[in-house]
Write a protein that binds this ligand. Structure first.
Ligand code: BT5
Length: 258
């Protein structure tokens, strides 16, 4: 007996688990077995939800949309280093989906959505490549929707309900996200990252703010000025402009999370 139900959500095949370890882990296994572009895995609860660098992602039962989306481009068309672009595309699509419920979230560079300066959503991307081209990518998205209390070790976490009072059911949000992602993904394939970044800029919680970027070899403090065409963040420091690339960095406001 499989431990999931198969549903159709906005024309997409959805593997829906009551409880699983991580929807990214499940969808990666399906991808290796040849699953098609556009399938998703979603769970009401994840027991080993993951963030970037194997950090933990709290995924309590029924309180959020915990899901992953499979991207499988035509072979040899998308260079593998472009996989991180999909985090930006997903963030834009999720902001649009929330807006359909009259919830206005901001996008915190590179991979968070925030409301009132608190993190309500995190996104990560895992991929497989062959000879420099993307074979598949799995974008994993976690959105805190319901519930108003978080453990003390997550002082910057919040939910859509806690910040706005709006209650959205997880599968309803995913069903709204999918058509936005289909459009934003097609746009990205056809036009590259530039337009995605242009659409993100007005929603950005980062641009114009004083930030500190924690890099493996130190910190950079300054004003977040703009995005470079490859998605890097340009920061105005005392010593001139500095580009911070998507990767193992965290960027925080000097006074708080954003
Ligand atoms: C992320 O990583 O923000 C990406 C999170 C992706 C989660 C989704 S859920 C569906 C799919 N399946 C998975 O297993 N994962 C994906 P990062 O930027 O590394 O942030 C992780 C940090 O966020 C943690 O170290 C905590 O500080 C914080 N955190 C953990 N759970 C949180 C939550 N529910 N809400 C807000 N912050 C949280």
């Amino acid at each position: 007996m499989p431990d999931y139900d198969i549903l159709e959500l906005s024309g997409h095949k959805a593997y829906v688990y009551q409880v699983t370890d991580s929807t990214n882990t499940r969808l990666k296994a399906l991808a290796r077995d040849g699953e098609s572009h556009g399938s998703i895995a979603a769970a009401y609860e994840q027991t080993s939800g993951r963030g970037r660098m194997d950090r933990k992602w709290l995924s309590r039962s029924g309180l959020g949309a915990w899901f992953s989306y499979l991207i499988r481009p035509e072979p040899d068309t998308v260079p593998s280093e472009k996989a991180s672009d999909l985090v930006f595309v997903s963030a834009l699509s999720m902001a649009r989906a929330l807006s359909d419920f009259s919830v206005e979230a901001q996008i915190k560079w590179p991979n968070d959505l925030v409301i009132g300066g608190k993190k309500i959503c995190g996104i990560m991307c895992e991929m497989a490549q062959s000879e420099g081209f993307l074979t598949w990518a799995v974008a994993g998205i976690g959105v805190n929707l319901l519930g108003c209390s978080f453990p003390p070790d997550l002082p910057w976490a919040a939910s859509v309900e806690s910040e706005t009072g709006v209650k959205i059911a997880p599968l309803d949000l995913i069903a709204r996200f999918l058509p936005h992602f289909d459009n934003d993904y097609r746009n990205w394939l056809e036009n590259g990252l530039f337009e995605t970044l242009q659409n993100i800029a007005p929603l950005s919680a980062t641009l114009g703010n004083r930030v500190v970027a924690h890099l493996p070899n130190g910190e950079i403090t300054g004003i977040a000025l703009r995005f470079r065409s490859d998605g890097a963040l340009i920061i105005q420091t005392e010593n001139g402009e500095c580009a911070v690339a998507y990767g193992d960095v965290s960027v925080r406001g000097v006074m708080g999370y954003t």
